[in-house]
Ligand binder design. Structure first.
Ligand code: AHR
Length: 794
């Protein structure tokens, strides 16, 4: 029995369901699931390479981090007057200019604690390697020791007869004890001057013997990534052009790779360089997807007439990865240990670059690359102003960071996407707000969104969560999939969502219908604000009045604008003559006040335009920048008054005069909004949003096992008994359920409780082709349903 629930005046009728039901047409396979749908995105952010996947234990091994020998501690013996300084007088090589000078006057120790302690494991072997040169009569020895946090020695050895010019010295150390907070100590004695550079301590055991930290590499291997996007992110762009990622400086011997100040606040050694990324892809069985700088940084763009080098760098990157060994860059690849091609197929041009400067640079790359490497798939950024259409990209990269509710609400976004345009690569997505440090609720939002990508993987062909890694001691991004210290890691609940999707990929989609209850929506709420867009304006007498007449807010600009949160680039706010003034003619400038829990009220104020192209913005129901409404008075070059920001909007012709005070009133009650200008009602609209279902699902079939794979998200707080109808005859009635849920949607994993929110599996039986399952509140469930006796035995 179905009734229709009509909501508001908007075209959003949803059937009111008697009982939740999911119907799958098991015998009507649809389009193929993109084999490269689920991959990973590695950015050198949060110390995810140095201090993470790249297992160098010494921090600042090359003394390039600053003019001081940062992260190196000198401990003098009594009476010793030994000093240490960085030195550029006779570098190790022309590309590695700084070394450590030790003026030895008595016994002393140099101590390096690595990245918040070195993880030393009993019985494991470590290689200490450094370049040294002796001067002023130094002919001494270095005793190397692994020291535990409690100062106990965990192993050691000696390198003697260090003298003369730059030479490398190597020593293998075997750990006799364990400590995850150990340090390296170099004990020195004698007289003279000792120069040190490239002081490295590495575990001998690395993942697949290719130089990466084993547990972290295994953590990403477990995600079975179909591709790896690297090396960023904003890291590709850099804050300015001097700090952009340049792959050519990341290959070859590590002592010629120039460290670069990373946009995420540390010096990157490039030990994990272009070659190592490609090798990692090969070891993971993942397609490499390299992202190159498009001649744009966060603050500067390369002039168009200087772009040749950037285009050439992109061509050379392809040659390095794929070119024959008799080509310049292919030959270097072979010299670096990989004669065969890395088979690079995907190249992304730029990261989060847009507007005119991107539209001008994109064609330069496309023309040159398509002429020489027509087989390479080129990915454009879909950023400010949309993706460039000339020439048309093969794929466009969309990024989404938002709340769980945003992802739930947009889980059907791709159901109606343009199938004639380029394919979609969702290169970065994650719930980053209203999710604590990354809780179950965030994972539920992402899982719902991923069912939408899977159902629509004829158009969304690749997707990767972002960011992948975070050293817990250097968190520069709020929510990250895999968090670690020197010895351990844990995955967010989101990690298990990624894993469940990856382990249960199907080959073809199956048609699916979902009938589910409508989510209970809280009434719209939020604080208030005033703002400008390319205009200077002033505001006064701002009052918020509750329906019972209580004054919730009364502005006082007699002395200051205390209590107002000001946002927007270059904004200039001041108080003058009892009014709040904003005088920069920039875009999207706003000042916020009040309480986010306000629902029903009347906002009154007076506003006057001082100069500029538009009028003023009056914000209400403001939760955050992409979740708010505003009345845009004199918007669109002073041609219209528009209520906008939500699904519903209302636009009227109108303009704002300069120098005139206007009386503005906005009444909000439930989902009703009325806007008055000088006492005249201009807008009267319902801002209710489209009702949202609480179940999200996709269905696929594994062509080898013939299993039907159902992925179902219950975003409601409570469990729902859901009927699942497979529309098929003769099913053997055996299935497996893998369920991710927890006692509270706010539950998180931690280093102490890494598996608190992790999936549990159970086998179950049913008869016929229908059964009922209880889907816990805030849960993600994968059902693998056998379709033949043969598959049941697998
Ligand atoms: O994933 C973190 C950052 O988010 C990336 O560097 C950037 O592309 C995005 O803004």
């Amino acid at each position: 029995m179905k009734k229709l629930l009509f909501v508001g005046m908007l075209a959003m009728a949803l059937p009111l369901v008697a009982a939740p039901k999911i119907t799958v047409d098991v015998n009507r396979p649809g389009h193929a699931v993109s084999p490269e749908l689920f991959g990973i995105f590695f950015e050198d952010i949060n110390l995810s390479a140095d201090g993470g996947l790249y297992p160098e234990l010494v921090r600042n091994r090359s003394f390039e981090d600053s003019d001081e020998p940062e992260n190196w501690k000198l401990v003098n013996a009594p009476e010793s007057k030994t000093e240490i300084h960085t030195d550029t007088s006779r570098p190790l090589n022309p590309l590695n200019r700084r070394s450590l000078r030790v003026n030895l006057e008595g016994a002393a120790s140099l101590i390096n604690e690595g990245y918040w302690g070195m993880n030393i494991v009993a019985g494991e072997h470590y290689t200490l390697k450094f370049a040294a040169r002796g001067a002023d009569g130094f002919e001494g020895a270095i005793k190397a020791k692994l020291i535990g946090g409690d100062k106990h020695e965990l192993g050691g050895g000696e390198i003697s007869e260090i003298s003369g010019g730059w030479k490398y010295y190597t020593l293998e150390l075997t750990a006799t004890g364990a400590d995850s907070k150990a340090a390296l100590r170099l004990d020195l004695s004698g007289k003279g001057t000792l120069f040190l550079d490239m002081v490295s301590l590495m575990p001998n055991k690395t993942w697949k013997n290719h130089g990466l930290r084993v547990d972290l590499a295994e953590a990403i291997d477990a995600l079975k990534p179909a591709f790896l996007r690297f090396p960023g992110g904003c890291w590709v762009e850099g804050e300015d052009m001097a700090h952009m990622y340049n792959w050519k400086k990341t290959i070859g011997n590590v002592d010629i790779r120039t460290p670069l100040w990373n946009i995420w606040q540390y010096n990157a050694t490039h030990g994990l360089g272009y070659h190592e990324y490609l090798q990692l892809c090969e070891d993971l069985g993942a397609e490499p997807l390299f992202c190159v700088n498009v001649g744009m940084s966060h603050r500067e763009n390369v002039p168009l007439d200087l772009m040749d080098q950037w285009v050439q760098d992109a061509l050379d990157a392809i040659e390095y990865a794929n070119g024959p060994t008799n080509s310049l860059w292919g030959g270097l690849r072979a010299k670096n240990g990989h004669p065969s091609s890395f088979n690079l197929k995907y190249l992304e041009i730029g990261n989060e670059n847009g507007r005119q400067p991107y539209r001008e640079r994109w064609p330069l790359f496309v023309k040159a690359i398509r002429a020489k490497y027509p087989e390479i798939q080129l990915i454009a950024n879909d950023w400010a102003g949309g993706y460039p259409k000339e020439p048309m990209p093969e794929m466009v990269d969309e990024h989404y960071y938002n709340t769980p509710e945003w992802f739930l609400r947009n889980a059907h976004k791709y159901d109606t996407y343009d199938r004639q345009g380029p394919k979609i690569f969702v290169g970065e997505y994650a719930v980053t707000r209203n999710t604590g440090h990354g809780n179950l609720r965030g994972a539920i939002g992402e899982a719902a969104w991923m069912t939408g990508m899977e159902r629509n993987s004829d158009v969304v062909v690749m997707a990767s969560y972002a960011p992948l890694f975070c050293n817990a001691n250097h968190k520069r991004w709020p929510v990250n999939l895999i968090n670690f210290d020197s010895a351990q890691w844990f995955g967010l609940p989101s990690y298990y969502v990624q894993k469940m999707f990856a382990e249960n990929r199907g080959d073809v989609t199956l048609p699916i219908q979902v009938e589910a209850p409508v989510a209970v929506e809280p009434p719209p709420s939020g604080c208030i604000g005033v703002g400008t867009w390319n205009t200077a304006a002033e505001f006064k007498d701002i009052r918020v009045i509750a329906p019972d007449g209580n004054i919730l807010f009364n502005s006082d600009f007699s002395k200051s604008s205390e209590g107002w949160k000001k946002l927007g680039r270059g904004a200039h706010w001041s108080v003058q003559d009892g009014a709040l003034r904003q005088t920069t003619e920039g875009e999207f400038i706003r000042a916020l006040a009040g309480d986010r829990s306000w629902t029903d009220y009347t906002l009154e104020l007076r506003a006057r335009k001082i100069s500029g192209k538009e009028g003023f913005l009056i914000l209400f129901h403001n939760q955050q920048d992409d979740e708010r409404l505003w009345w845009n008075l004199g918007g669109y070059n002073n041609t219209r008054h528009v209520v906008e920001g939500g699904e519903a909007s209302d636009s009227k012709n109108g303009s704002i005069e300069t120098g005139r005070w206007y009386d503005i009133k906005i009444e909000v009650s439930g989902t009703r909004v009325k806007c008055f200008l000088d006492g005249q009602l201009i807008h009267n609209l319902d801002v209710r949003r489209t009702p949202m279902r609480t179940l999200f699902a996709s269905a696929t079939r594994d062509e080898q096992s013939k299993d039907v794979i159902l992925k179902i998200v219950n975003s409601a707080a409570d469990a729902v008994e859901t009927e699942i109808d497979l529309n098929a005859a003769n099913l053997p009635g055996t299935a497996k359920a893998i369920v991710l849920t927890s006692a509270s949607p706010k539950d998180e994993n931690t280093l102490e409780e890494p598996l608190k929110v992790s999936p549990r599996a159970e086998d179950f039986r049913f008869s016929g082709s229908r059964f009922t399952r209880s889907l816990p509140g805030n849960s993600f469930t994968v059902l693998r349903i056998r379709t033949s006796e043969q598959s049941a035995r697998r």
